[in-house]
Structure formats: structure tokens, C-alpha cells
Design a protein around this ligand. Sequence first.
Ligand SMILES: Nc1ncnc2c1ncn2[C@@H]1O[C@H](COP(=O)(O)OP(=O)(O)O)[C@@H](O)[C@H]1O
Ligand SMILES: CC(=O)OP(=O)(O)O
Ligand SMILES: [Mg+2]
Length: 406
Amino acid sequence: MTIPFSAAEAQTSAVLVINAGSSSIKFALISCDSPQPIVRGEIERLGSAEATLNWRIAEDKQAEQILAQASHEQGFAAIVACLAPYQSMLKAIGHRVVHGGEDLQNAALIDAECLGILEANSALAPLHNPANIAGIAAAMAAWPTLPHVAVCDTAFHQTLPEMAYRYAIPDALYRDHGVRRYGFHGTSHRYVSERAAEAAGLSYQNSSWLVAHLGNGVSTCAVHNGESVDTSMGLTPLEGTVMGTRSGDVDPNLHGHLQRSLGWSLERIDTMLNRESGLLGLSGLSNDMRTLLEARANGHDGARLAIAVFCYRLAKSLAAMRCALPALDGLIFTGGIGEHAPDIRRETMAHLSWLGATLDDELNQQTVGGKSGRISSSTSTAIWVIPTNEERQIVLETLAVLAAIH
Ligand SMILES: Nc1ncnc2c1ncn2[C@@H]1O[C@H](COP(=O)(O)OP(=O)(O)O)[C@@H](O)[C@H]1O
Ligand SMILES: CC(=O)OP(=O)(O)O
Ligand SMILES: [Mg+2]
């Protein structure tokens, strides 16, 4: 394979962050002392004829390589080749893992015990954990001498009090089978709430935040004194508010109803709720908020409905999270939609006027394209846009694990 860029001077050390999905591997090589990625890239549609590796160096130079029918192993071989010029800076690999259950309360060095925990939790995140584990195995084969660290989406939420994480179902299902609320996107909720506290000049350990992470997956979180105290996702990343293709909350009797009245199998119902619902299901058009905003402007009724339900349900979820906080220092929007869609922020906040948080229309409109800042009026409870950077948080947590073991 040809490397179209000159090799970087290997003066700093760097961490490679990997987010391996079922058909994609996202990666970012990030210097230990600066948040800007040195190289970032993604392999999409792994296992298909269209499998492609795209990567970018220093934000401007781009390259693409077709990897037809590539497996995870072949995908990692291509990433190793792409990172060859940077090999000497590479200090560790940090892996995003979705479900760490109750046993992984913090980022952890990946050894046999840690892998066993991740495998034991696969049943609770069947869409995410098996792919994460396949990615870890392939990355460990590619970089066998480097330390690998697992940073779980669930870890930040391990501080939830019992009243927030327990479902009102028989106790034995929790005690014997781990059925409880875990919460996800913790890496993002932690990162943006800490940055908001810094921006507001408050101590993170003495402040309270409501966070709306609005990407393809959507979740809300209440953060008090640096700890997650409630969050909208539950046992799996399906619970909560409306997402790109996921329904969020539905009546738990829906499964039985569809099975009895339409003869649907559990697999059919799981697929419908995870992949055919949310913005896509309501609009009949797309799971992508950009497409829906444009379609609504052109009079598409499904897009209008999907956006209306998305904003109302999001506001209700934030209102519920407010119960977990004794005080409120600010509300934070993040994720692709939260960072780039002022109309969605405005339409959500319109349902929350009783919170005492009002937008400054001009600041709201201006804060797009990855900008960070306060978008509320001067007399209001603060509303912030803070671009998330899960990769940066994974680097910080990976370095903390390495520091602890040395
Ligand atoms: N300019 C924009 N306006 C509205 N929505 C946007 C814009 N840019 C990105 N989005 C939306 O952000 C969502 C993806 O968010 P992102 O955080 O990138 O997702 P992921 O969870 O895959 O990381 C999509 O719905 C996309 O349409
Ligand atoms: C856990 C989860 O929902 O992750 P994502 O938003 O990456 O799908
Ligand atoms: Mg994202």
C-alpha cells in the first residue's frame, strides 16, 4: 500500500483510539499532550465488496483505499500499514467498549480477566460488545507488545444510586441476572460536563449539569459533583428518548402485543425497535437530522412529525433528569445534532421554559460547526454547546490506567 504522506517526526508519544463496530472500525491517533488527532480514519462496510478505508492527516490531507471483502483482521492490517510512519510514537491503544456491566467501574487494562467480563456482558449489548471484542482481539494481534485499555460507555454511570438504576421487577432478575439500568455514552457525558464546568469557571466536583448527547444514539444525563446520578438509557442502549433508528421507550407490553396480534418473532421486534424506528420510522424518510430538517422546510409531513416527537420526548427526558439534581448550573447540548442544529435546540427548549433557561436566539444560531459556547440569555440558567470528544476522553483515561500500573 502506498502512504501518500511524509512520515511525522516521532517526537511525541500518542495513543491510538479504536471504536470497532460490527461493520466499521473508527480510529484516531492522538498525541498525549494535544487534543487534535494526528491521523483519524474509518473503515466502513467491513465484509462487503464496498469495504473502504478512509483516513485523514492533520484535517486536510485525505486518502482512500478499497478493501473489498476485508474482515476485521484485514481491516486492522490496513490500519497498521496506514499508521506505519507513526509507529514509534505509539504508546498504547484505548478501546471504546459499550458494555462493561457492574464489574468495570473504571477504564481497565485488557487482560484475560477483563476480556472475560466484556464477553460476559455481550448478551446485554448484542449489537455492540461482540464487535468491540472482535476489534480488541484483532488489535491485540496487530500490536501485541503495547498495552490495550478498555474504556466502557457504562463506567461513568456506575455512580447511579440504586433508586435510579433498579427496575421495578422481581429482585432475583437483578441479583441473579444483572437486569438493571446501566446507561451509555458515559465517556461523552463525562467529557462535556467537565469542559462546561471549566468554561463556566466552576469546580467540576461542586456543580450540577443536565446533558443532552444527540448523535445517532441519543441519551440524557444528570451529572452532580462530577458523578452521573441518572441517565436515560437502561439495560441496553434502546431505552429512553427518540434516536436515529431506535424507538426509545415504548410500552413494555408492545412485544407481547405484536407477537400475539401479528405473530412477530422476538428477532423481528428487536430489529424493528433498534433499526427501523426513531426518526427513520416516524418520518418514513431518513434517520439523518440534516435530511429531515431540509425535508420539513420543503413541506414533508413525516419529517415534521419526526422532529416534533424528537424534541418533545427529549425535553421530557431532560425534565425527568432534573429530578436527580439538587441545583442546576447549566444544560449542555452535544453530539452531531446538539452541536449543529440550532432549530432542534430551540424547539426542545421551548418545552422547558419553566426551567428558567432561555436561549439567546443570535448566540444559538451562531453556535454551529463545532463551536463551543454559552447560548443562553444573560439572565437565564446557562445553556451550553460543548462539542464532544470521546476519543480525547479515552486517551485521558488510557493514560490514567498506564500511570496507575507503572
Ligand atoms: N449541520 C447539521 N444539522 C443538523 N444535524 C446534523 C448536522 N450535522 C450532523 N447532524 C446530525 O448529527 C447526527 C449524527 O451525529 P453524530 O454525533 O455524528 O453520530 P454518532 O452517534 O454516529 O457519532 C445525524 O442525525 C446528523 O444528521
Ligand atoms: C451506546 C450507543 O448508543 O452508542 P452509539 O450512539 O455509538 O450508537
Ligand atoms: Mg460522533
